[in-house]
Design a protein around this ligand. Sequence first.
Ligand SMILES: [Fe+2]
Length: 506
Amino acid sequence: MIINNFFFILFLFSFSIYANTDKYRCTLRDNPATSIVIGWNQISGNNPIVYYDIIDHGTNSSSYSYSKGVDRSIYTKGMNNTFSRLSGLLPNTVYYFIIEDNNSTSQRFSFKTAPDVPTERLSFIAGGDSRNNRIPRVNANKLVAKTRPNAVIFGGDMTDIDIDWQWQDWFDDWQYTIANDGRMTPIIVARGNHEYNNESIYDLFDTPNSDIYYALTFGGNLYRTYILNSNIAVNGSQKMWLENDLISNKKTLWKSAHYHHTMLPHVSYKPENTNLIVNWAPLFEQHGLDFAVECDIHAVKNTHPIHTNKMIGNQEGFIRDDVNGVVYIGEGCWGAPLRPVDDNKFWTRHSGSFNQIKWIFIDQSKIEIRTIKTDNADIVGSLKDKNRFTMPLNINIWTPAPNEDIITIYKTFSTNGPSIIKSDENKLYLYPNPVGENLHLEIDILPNLYPIRIEIWDYSGKNIFSNIYTKSKIDIDVKFLPIGFYSVNMIDITGKIYSKNLIVLK
Ligand SMILES: [Fe+2]
């Protein structure tokens, strides 16, 4: 009996050393500057509590200033998914936390809340499709730990067939996103077709609702990310919500959409998704969405800014439009089987087939998007909070052509040619358009902004024409231009660029 008691006490003691919680995750369902959700699998034990503080108290729960119990607990996929929703947090602040129940204490973790002002730069990792292959999945996860972004935005298809052991493996692999110092990165999740119902996402990530379409704003009015659900009706109430939300957030500087299915697949056996093109693309365009991250295809694509247009010369219903277009990137390579690209379009900027994630920086002046190859994750260096916008040692940034390692989106003006310029100002008039021989330009700017430079760029980004003018009415003979799409830029003396699309027909 004494021996039995000894082993029982030893058994209890072992539980106090080894956590009876695992499969940790941080998610976002509210303001990322002041709230976060701590989620985990409660293996055994009772009454778990999250202890947290802006001071690191290690695993000594009694020293932590704040604590929060369980807000939601749901048994699904063979896990007791337990969520504690922390709120009232300080913006742009590192919090340390542990999870302690009646017989175990977790390791000490940390997270950093997002800034609440637009003057702070933001970093995100975006991608999706992690089913099947655990090695590339883990590689991409390790890069999350090493780059310490503000959040991961994940476009669905986590597992192959949405069953218990696959999800458990997935969360075990997700632990590789935790940095060596315990730093966790919150994940914002969309639903894919390999999640067989909305509950798979809602119950495992405690998303803001069970419809799995929602939006979160970062940095005051800096950036709003839209999570859309392409696996339910994309019109009706979802579309109505999207339109209303875009209207009521028109003062937000940058906006992006993340959803699973691809509007414009670059693998030919997958047809264009007319349903998404008809219902979502016009809303993206009307309300100034800057980029969309698509998944599902298991290939790589970055488009030029494109806009729906039925004019001659469109492809799949889109033309390149550097002023009013949306940049589409994707298409999900976080561990799913890769497929060769065989369906490039005129307005494709880059395409390929390799394991990759998108690394996105957002500030008031621009968005930078890098495609990161993930296979060499083990030899990539690690960043800290203070240098999270620098490139770590050995990072493999895909550079499909010289100077094509970064896609930069400018909200206003740029001196980097016609890469991507967004301007509401209507100071440059072209006619006729389409044009055959003689192009007439009318400039409507103040006299003190002359002289101006007029540039013509082709859709591949090549400068075709450049000249200086001091008058407001200009004629240019464009007989030498082949049939196609062009951008005409007018640059005033201050360097401000006004851009218009031009079509040349013969
Ligand atoms: Fe898919």
